[in-house]
Design a protein around this ligand. Structure first.
Ligand code: 13P
Ligand code: SF4
Length: 352
């Protein structure tokens, strides 16, 4: 958190007054994609894995999560009894998570396993609690972009095949790092219904047809080529939610935590004149500003996540003002809690 004097009566100063008033009863978490106006009030900023890992150690009664809905739901699963989780805007829901409906995932798994084949679901954390519950019931686990490789290796050891969902790009990019050839992969097509096709039956890796519209549609292979030709010898690093066509042209791909570490290293080493980063723009701009005197950080695209942007300083303030009355509290379906938690805890145990 920045130690700044804010204009009395401003949104910033009112947030800080309330943070002081709640003291140890309040912790504010924020994902790296949150805007600066929010991040400046956050106690713990991190990627999805880091934030999930920190929850079990939090003692505060109130956890305000500045991020998107599935992140707050995961926090609810990992919170202690009596702790309350708040999300400043319940409309902030990840577009990719919306691409996998629990009933569709369940139906697909029932069909894929009907013959006795053991298909283990591996859900990217960017999925609803209801999907995580289905995954837990089918013996699967959750992964994040930081640990997708380790978790995919784990999932392969549990059965005959893996259903990776909802992000086909993270699935394919991770498969590439494990050397799984394209012919052993099958992209499910729910409208054409290829679940019973020979391709689906023989594939080791089944991919759900979801994606992040920000990373897939706004970051293109020719943008990577353009950077490389303007800055020879300089690297392009992207988030693995980008398409495989982008990732294979790049010099590295990894979670937001990886991208931040690489920017820090590049700035310290001073070997490159420029570094191109392909992920959500609020994070890239923060890195550009932080290292402006040492390295020229260039965004692959000025792509912002409209859902992450729904959490604003104003909405954070409104949540804090209504905390005692439970404004913005997130509740999860009790019946889904145990199986969803199981899928999440499996990840935390495998990646301990
Ligand atoms: P991380 O797993 O890197 O935090 O990314 C989450 C996300 O939503 C990326 O679009
Ligand atoms: Fe979801 Fe993409 Fe936004 Fe991440 S950037 S929260 S994957 S829509």
């Amino acid at each position: 958190m920045e130690n700044k004097a804010y204009v009395p009566g401003s949104t910033d100063s009112r947030i800080e007054e309330l943070r002081k008033r709640f003291g140890d009863d309040l912790v504010i978490l924020g994902h790296h994609y949150q805007s600066d106006e929010v991040v400046r009030h956050v106690d713990i900023v991190g990627d999805s894995l880091e934030l999930a890992r920190r929850i079990p150690d939090i003692e505060a009664r109130n956890i305000v999560f500045c991020g998107v809905y599935f992140m707050a739901e995961s926090a609810c699963l990992l919170a202690r009894p009596g702790q309350r989780v708040f999300l400043p805007d319940h409309e902030a829901d990840c577009a990719m998570a919306r691409m996998a409906r629990a009933e569709d995932v369940e139906r697909a798994l029932e069909r894929l396993t009907a013959s006795g084949r053991r298909v283990v679901p591996l859900a990217y954390v960017n999925s609803s609690l209801a999907v995580k519950a289905v995954v837990g019931r089918f013996g699967g686990a959750v992964c994040t972009s930081s640990n997708a490789k380790v978790m995919l290796e784990w999932a392969f050891k549990q059965g005959d095949a893996v259903l990776f969902l909802p992000d086909r790009n993270l699935g394919r990019n991770t498969a590439r790092t494990l050397g799984i050839p394209a012919k052993e992969q099958c992209l499910l097509d729910l409208s054409r219904d290829n679940l019973d096709s020979d391709e689906a039956r023989s594939a080791r890796l089944l991919l759900w047809p979801g994606c992040c519209p920000i990373h897939e549609s706004l970051m293109k292979p020719d943008m990577v080529d353009a950077f490389h030709s303007h800055f020879p010898g300089c690297r392009v690093l992207v988030h693995p939610e980008c398409s495989p066509e982008v990732v294979e042209r790049c010099d590295g791909a990894g979670s937001t935590a990886y991208l931040i570490k690489e920017a820090e290293k590049a700035a310290a080493e001073g070997k490159e004149s420029a570094l191109c980063i392909g992920t959500e723009f609020h994070l890239v701009r923060r890195l550009m500003e932080k290292y402006a005197d040492r390295i020229n950080i260039i965004p692959l695209a000025q792509a912002t996540c409209a859902d992450m942007e729904k959490v604003t300083a104003e909405r954070l303030l409104a949540t804090l003002e209504g905390l005692d009355e439970g404004k913005g509290e997130v509740f999860v379906d009790e019946a889904l809690k145990a199986p969803a938690r199981e899928s999440l805890v499996r990840m935390l145990e495998v990646c301990r």
